[in-house]
Design a protein around this ligand. Structure first.
Ligand code: FES
Length: 177
């Protein structure tokens, strides 16, 4: 039997969901007349509004739609377009497609994970960096390829990563509001 205990409290260390966030979610639900058959559209709307889908918001949605949290969690983990982690200011995506893989993408990814101290698919606690992987973006000749904020960087080796990250750290002070 499905159980809500299988749903993590959160996939990030500190999730702050405000009353205002929940009010926006309720607005979206109203827009879709709380129609469960429009679940994916509702989830996409909430993600657009909040930037991602925090676990407490998923639980709120489940309650409002009278579905089990685990079924909702199943949907968002099935579709790659759903984002359970907060977006980082800078998104670093390491291509793990075959051509990049044979040219050393694994070591590139490991170095990113080591330097940022997060696993792929997550965001640093200060939300400055987001680390993701992708399977081939059609630029195989450039491999190993890393995409930083939509900019392609080819022939990346682990030794090139510190310089790349230093450049992205320059605007870190602006993160503190
Ligand atoms: S395998 Fe990396 S771009 Fe194709």
């Amino acid at each position: 039997m499905p159980s809500s205990s299988a749903v993590p409290d959160s996939v990030e260390p500190e999730v702050v969901v405000t009353e205002e966030d929940l009010a926006r979610v309720d607005e979206i639900l109203k827009l879709h007349q709380h129609d469960r058959s429009e679940m994916v559209a509702i989830l996409l709307g909430v993600q657009d509004a909040l930037g991602y889908l925090p676990v407490p918001v998923l639980k709120h949605l489940a309650e409002r739609l009278e579905v089990s949290p685990i079924s909702l969690f199943g949907i968002v983990t099935f579709y790659t377009s759903f984002q359970l982690n907060p977006p980082g200011r800078h998104k670093c995506t390491v291509c793990m497609g075959t051509a990049c893989h044979v040219r050393g993408a694994v070591n590139v990814l490991k170095e990113f994970e080591r330097r940022l101290d997060i696993p792929a698919g997550s965001t640093t606690p200060d939300r400055h960096f987001q680390l993701e992987t992708v399977n081939c973006v059609g630029a195989c000749a450039m491999g190993p390829l890393v995409i930083v904020d939509d900019e392609y960087h080819g022939n990346i080796t682990p030794t090139k990563i510190p310089r790349l990250l230093r450049r992205l750290e320059r605007d870190k002070a602006e993160d503190v509001t």
